[in-house]
Design a protein around this ligand. Structure first.
Ligand SMILES: [Ca+2]
Length: 431
């Protein structure tokens, strides 16, 4: 009786502590910006604006309450017309009608050589065709040099929006004969779904198999998942078949298991578990965690597509890292061989719900075009062919370029060079 009573008290204390911990935790949803705290680098940020320079700043970071500290994005603006510019994120998926909060911190170095007079976060809503449908500014003000400043704003995704792109921009006043840049550091750029208590990450495996190949090989794909957070992460997936619209498959996911908090999960023959045997194609992965305040990355995934060695012991295969949906306009992959020693397969996965059109060009070692094709891929369709399908029957070196013809959709491309004698394969994702 006494034992039961003590257990009951202990239980209540534990529950009380847990509740207090949950109440004290900041009610912040998952940061949808893949690298907004710049802990180690500025990966995920890019620009095509020649008046902008940007770099990693390892010695500076937000010192505001709750700030992520050292590691920030330095932006330099070399244009003096009263406008502004800076690098931006890749597209981040959103749902129309949903409320999001965009916030960030900025620091203008206190130097008379720093001509900047403005820092902002700029957000562009994009539709399924890849066009901007509306834009928003989150001004960080009043400007005070030598001090971390912050701003936040609630924004509702407008009708038709499927993605956003976020810019960190520096503005200069109108100045004549000026050469000194406006400079600012950015940190803790956070874009969250307001009130969300769960986190989600979408990944794609561009190529996988559960199928017999040449010379008695049997190719299957094993998934190696590393958990990046301190919560269990559930993994669900769909197989993305060649030559068809896989939009409905992405809406009917199959569970592949749970990656334990801070832990690891191996899933053997993933393609057969979600698609059935005898298939080659891509894989759609959805990782979810039931907790707030999580980063955009919940898991890291590498897949290993291999076969037992038909001629002896052991086996061989190739590693294929999972990728985020991305938005790539131009991808070049060096290493195209089609001769007695090697053969080359090239492939593309449509990582979007839109039809995507891609121009494929294979260029030989001497710079001459060896073959071209235009591929139209249905939503989430995967396609893989031999370079001989593009008329390339003799190539001892060269490269393949994939260019998105329209503005709609996104894709990931790859090439695999296979040893003709052993069947050993080397996978290269797009650059
Ligand atoms: Ca930081």
């Amino acid at each position: 009786m006494k034992q039961t009573f003590l257990n009951g008290v202990a239980g209540r204390i534990a529950l009380g502590t847990l509740t207090a911990a949950l109440l004290c935790a900041p009610a912040v949803a998952q940061n949808l910006v893949p690298n907004g705290t710049f802990d180690h680098d500025i990966s995920g940020w890019s620009t095509s604006d020649s008046t902008v320079k940007f770099a990693f700043r390892g010695d500076a970071g937000s010192t505001l309450p709750g700030g992520s500290g050292p590691g920030s994005l330095e932006v330099q603006q070399f244009f003096w017309n009263g406008g502004s510019g800076g690098p931006h994120t890749d597209d981040i998926q959103v749902t129309a009608g949903t409320t999001y909060t965009l916030s960030g911190a900025a620091f203008l170095p206190d130097s008379t050589d720093n001509v900047a007079d403005d820092v902002d976060l700029y957000l562009s809503w994009r539709n399924a065709d890849g066009y901007e449908t509306a834009r928003e500014w989150v001004g960080i003000y009043p400007i005070e040099k030598g001090k971390w400043l912050t701003a936040a704003k609630d924004l509702v995704a407008p009708s038709g929006a499927v993605a956003v792109r976020i810019w960190a921009v520096v503005g200069n006043p109108v100045l004549e004969n000026e050469t000194r840049p406006g400079v600012a550091y950015f940190d803790d750029i956070v874009f969250v779904e307001k009130g969300a208590t769960a986190a989600r990450q979408v990944l794609f495996v561009p190529a996988s198999a559960s199928a017999h190949g040449r010379n008695g090989t049997l190719w299957t794909t094993t998934g190696w998942f590393a958990n990046a957070v301190a919560y269990p992460v559930e993994i669900k997936a769909a197989f993305l078949r060649q030559g068809q619209d896989n939009g409905s498959a992405v809406g009917q996911l199959t569970s592949l298991g749970t990656v334990p908090a801070n832990g690891y999960l191996e899933v053997k023959d993933m393609a057969a578990k979600i698609g059935g045997a005898g298939l080659t194609g891509g894989i759609y992965i959805e990782a979810t965690a039931q907790a707030a305040n999580l980063p955009a990355t919940l898991v890291h995934l590498i897949t290993y597509t291999f076969t037992p060695n038909p001629g002896g012991s052991g086996g061989y295969g190739q590693g294929v890292p999972a990728v985020d949906p991305g938005t790539k306009n131009d991808v070049t992959i060096p290493g195209v061989y089609q001769n007695a020693a090697y053969r080359t397969n090239i492939g593309v996965l449509n990582t979007s719900a839109s039809t995507v059109e891609i121009r494929v060009t294979i260029t030989g070692a001497d710079g001459k075009v060896l073959g071209t094709a235009t591929w139209t891929l249905k939503p989430y369709e995967q396609k893989q062919v031999s370079v001989t399908d593009l008329g390339v029957n003799d190539a001892s070196g060269g490269f393949v370029t994939f260019t998105r013809s329209g503005s709609a959709g996104s894709f990931r491309a790859y090439a695999t060079v296979v040893d003709q004698h052993t069947g050993d394969a080397v996978y290269t994702g797009g650059m």
